[in-house]
Design a protein around this ligand. Structure first.
Ligand SMILES: [Zn+2]
Length: 428
């Protein structure tokens, strides 16, 4: 290593930024770990000092954004870093907005250098121009790829093959470059019987679960099935041969496990059972977990019924400060629905590492029990081929913070390193 390179770089505070590829398998050759390995080796060789390594593992499925990248930009604005080290320019910019922000930071001289494996971009007109060209090229390739992928998905659907991972009871198969969906010989017959038990013997979800546990039925992760997953499956027309994709219905090419008649009978039974529960003693799952920012008292829950003009009533649960310290506290009320949204947003802003550090192993074990249901729900929500059917702990936490049993949910939220003060409908 030359003295020059050390002198050149000694004033730059580098952050190593690594991000996993969202493209399909063959382009995923460079994993986050290998990106970091290659770049730290290069830094060592060139005498570059890396102040911090940040990795974007969460593929932005739920949030539609890159929390780690955004925090990196913020830290550059604040002078924490003055350089970025990354595998390739396309790791940094996925759209014109991201690229614009990087170039702006260079123009403002807050970002002095971007170093990739093969290039260096400093704050001079030529190198900034080259950076923009390379990023635009990556975007062009990506857009074209997106069009091809969409065309491929449409073709697949019209041939009757549901893209993505097949529902429980089926298996995805690939042979000689052809992909299809076949009945899972182990689980398929059980799923068929599950529908028949509901349709003709009026068995409840709870009965079904008892029976499935007794015969040793498991999900793809070898876990006992959850009752919520049973209900999700019982509502899925895929089992009698149809599926919805991107808002369109398709007749599946897969072998139906049940007839439409059995499915319809089961739906009738499910609808009848679905008697709205009378809300008895109301529980407020989120009470006492947050504090009022203005007066410092804890936040409690309250039910409110509002008569609407057409005569019907609107029901909402609100959270607000107890006003025990200051009866005139002006903090606004927040609905339970909005409070849950706030909690989820704040979880998405955290890295998976930070979350793990703050949770006990008991809580993490309990969370992984929800993995199968979260995977199944995500599967139905997904619209893109990029979805690999895998969910991470963060996805599970987001689910559990509104859907798990109240006692566990409270313990989980208490442990989460999210802001706990409520102020102007935000958590700060
Ligand atoms: Zn208050």
């Amino acid at each position: 290593m030359s003295i020059n390179s050390i002198q050149n770089n000694e004033n730059i505070l580098y952050c190593l930024y690594a991000r996993k590829s969202t493209e399909d398998d063959e382009r995923q050759a460079m994993s986050i770990d290998s990106q970091i390995k290659e770049m730290t080796e290069m830094a060592l060789k060139e005498g570059i000092i890396i102040k911090e390594i940040r990795q974007e593992k969460h593929s932005a499925k739920l949030s539609g954004q890159r929390p780690i990248f955004n925090s990196l930009l913020q830290d550059i604005r604040n002078g924490v870093f003055t350089g970025i080290l990354t595998w390739a320019p396309d790791r940094l910019s996925r759209n014109a907005g991201d690229l614009g922000m990087l170039v702006d930071l260079m123009d403002q001289e807050k970002l002095q250098k971007i170093k990739t494996y093969s290039q260096t971009f400093s704050n001079n007109p030529n190198e900034k121009f080259l950076l923009m060209i390379l990023c635009s090229q990556a975007k062009l390739e990506n857009d074209q790829k997106g069009i091809n992928v969409k065309r491929g998905i449409r073709a697949k659907c019209s041939m009757g093959w549901r893209p993505g991972i097949a529902p429980l009871g089926y298996m995805n198969r690939a042979f000689g470059g052809v992909k299809d969906i076949i009945v899972d010989p182990k689980r398929g017959p059980v799923v068929k019987e599950m529908f028949e038990r509901v349709a003709y013997r009026q068995q409840s979800g709870r009965r079904i679960k008892e029976w499935m546990d007794k015969i040793g039925f498991t999900t793809r992760n070898e876990k006992k099935i959850q009752i919520s997953l049973i209900y999700l499956m019982l509502r899925n027309p895929f089992y009698y041969g149809y599926f919805e994709y991107s808002g369109d219905w398709h007749k599946g090419a897969h072998e139906p496990l049940i007839t439409k008649e059995v499915f319809d009978e089961a739906q009738k039974e499910l609808d009848e059972r679905c008697i709205p529960k009378v809300r008895g003693k109301t529980e407020f799952p989120y009470k006492g977990l947050f504090n009022c920012y203005t007066c410092g008292t804890s936040v409690c829950g309250e039910e409110k019924y509002r008569k609407k003009k057409n005569g019907s009533t609107n029901y909402h649960v609100y959270y607000h400060c107890t006003r025990s310290r200051n009866p005139n506290c002006k903090e606004p009320y927040v609905t339970e629905i909005d409070l849950i949204k706030l909690i989820k947003q704040n979880i998405l802003n955290l890295s998976e590492e930070t979350l793990k550090e703050n949770l006990t192993s008991n809580i993490i074990d309990e969370l992984y029990k929800y993995q199968p249901i979260v995977e199944e729900i995500e599967f139905y929500k997904r619209d893109d081929i990029e979805y690999d059917g895998k969910v991470d702990l963060k996805d599970i936490i987001v689910y559990a913070c509104s859907k798990s049993p109240i006692k566990f949910r409270r313990e989980l939220i208490q442990s989460l390193p999210i802001p706990k003060n409520l102020h102007n409908l935000l958590l700060i």
